[in-house]
Design a protein around this ligand. Structure first.
Ligand SMILES: Cc1cc2nc3c(=O)[nH]c(=O)nc-3n(C[C@H](O)[C@H](O)[C@H](O)COP(=O)(O)OP(=O)(O)OC[C@H]3O[C@@H](n4cnc5c(N)ncnc54)[C@H](O)[C@@H]3O)c2cc1C
Length: 379
């Protein structure tokens, strides 16, 4: 019989954004004792301003698409466990030039070859799906019907409640300031305790899910994480009557500037994002009131009902992005119980990163699916 002991490690998760919450939630379900620490309150980082589109569109190469696709497929189960609702209905985008239509076709063909059911639709079908939409000049549209969007505040609130129920220690307004390291006989180091000013939390493992501050946190343990961030902004309107009959997420034509993205919350408020030319790596518009007013005016060109929309508030902050745009998930080679969990598309990827990280952290088994996403790829 194999030699086997059940592990119940004490894991300190640093960062109570959607990633830290998901890792903590899944690790607690596997029996770990969790301490969740955040410098502020849960979900106030990138998670708060996120557009929160759950998708596997435009995610390349295949292994990254596949990770997103699997996570998308896991969202319904994650939501059920948390007791929250997700708005499904798919994503729609359209092109107004022949070159833009050609791009939609080639993207759709690529996705279809990977088994993803994005399909091409014409103007008549778009008008049937979304009568409120002004898609004037439409040459061709693409519809990804598996996709959806989630209210990230619901996810974080439910995860923290479940963790509290499970006996986890939740330490908010608590900034991690350092790590107490110990040298192992084999060479690499381990974290013995997490430092918070003058106090310390002893632990078996530490998860760094600090969003845009993950590189800085890793640096406190002598680990280099190549990461950058861009400016992110989303505008929340006062509640409006239901705008979209079927579709969960809309993107304006990518072959025409400026770009705007829309989704509507269950309470009727609409999130509008003025994204950059190539989406997330360039940062958003919306840094001041004049830009916000312009984005809402741009949005009303596509959804005329937004012309009278009143801005309730604007969410601004930093969008964390590992240097090559892909997730960094797993233990650091030089500090063997220090686990990194940071990515863009962290809303889409929250269920899979949480579930797979929990296997690695609690059971000690390396998950092959994560092999392309280790820190070691940066050399
Ligand atoms: C405008 C915008 C739009 C986006 N759109 C999408 C989208 O449509 N779909 C999608 O999948 N993804 C999207 N993303 C990306 C996604 O939102 C992020 O990948 C995800 O929210 C990151 O979550 P996180 O938990 O890693 O980080 P955060 O939510 O930033 O959480 C990090 C936490 O760490 C804490 N922290 C930092 N330093 C310390 C410290 N020293 N001690 C203790 N705590 C600390 C912070 O207080 C914070 O609460 C978008 C992001 C932005 C900004």
């Amino acid at each position: 019989m194999a030699n086997f002991t059940l592990r119940k490690p004490h894991i300190v998760v640093v960062g109570a954004g959607i990633l830290g919450c998901s890792v903590a939630f899944h690790a607690a379900r596997r029996g770990a004792q969790i301490t969740l620490v955040d410098a502020a309150t849960p979900g106030q980082g990138a998670t708060r301003l996120s557009f929160a589109w759950i998708n596997a569109y435009g995610k390349e190469p295949f292994n990254y698409h596949d990770l997103n696709r699997r996570s998308l497929d896991m969202w319904a189960r994650f939501a059920r466990r948390l007791g929250i609702e997700i708005t499904w209905g798919g994503e729609l985008r359209w092109a107004v030039t022949q070159a833009g239509a050609d791009d939609l076709v080639s993207r759709a063909r690529q996705l279809q070859s990977w088994g993803y059911p994005t399909r091409l639709v014409d103007g008549a079908e778009v008008a049937r799906m979304e009568p409120e939409l002004n898609a004037e000049g439409l040459v061709l549209a693409s519809y990804s019907d598996l996709e959806g969007q989630v209210n990230t505040a619901d996810v974080v609130t439910a995860a923290v409640a479940a963790l509290t129920q499970a006996g986890a220690e939740i330490c908010m307004q608590t900034a991690v300031t350092g790590f107490e390291l110990a040298q192992t006989k084999a060479g690499p180091q381990t974290v013995r305790a997490v430092q918070i000013g003058d106090s310390r939390i002893p632990c078996d493992a530490v998860v760094l899910a600090g969003g845009a501050d993950t590189a800085q946190l890793a640096g406190l343990a002598g680990v280099e994480l190549p990461q950058y961030h861009t400016f992110g902004a989303t505008i929340i309107t006062k509640p409006l009557p239901r705008l979209f009959q079927n579709i969960a997420v809309l993107h304006s034509p990518r072959d025409k500037q400026p770009h705007v993205n829309f989704r509507q919350f269950a309470d009727g408020s609409v999130m509008v994002q003025g994204s950059g030319r190539d989406n997330y790596s360039q940062g958003d518009r919306g840094g001041d009131d004049a830009q916000v007013a312009q984005i809402v005016a741009d949005a009303a060109e596509y959804v005329p009902a937004l012309a009278d929309a009143q801005v309730d508030h604007v969410r601004r902050g930093r969008r964390p992005i590992p240097k090559d745009g892909h997730p960094v998930i797993g233990f650091a080679d030089d500090v063997t119980n220090l686990y990194l969990a940071t990515t863009h598309s962290g809303v889409t990827l929250a269920p899979i990163i949480g579930e797979l990280a929990a296997i690695e952290l609690v059971d000690g088994t390396a998950v092959e699916l994560l092999a392309p996403f280790r820190l070691g790829r940066f050399g």
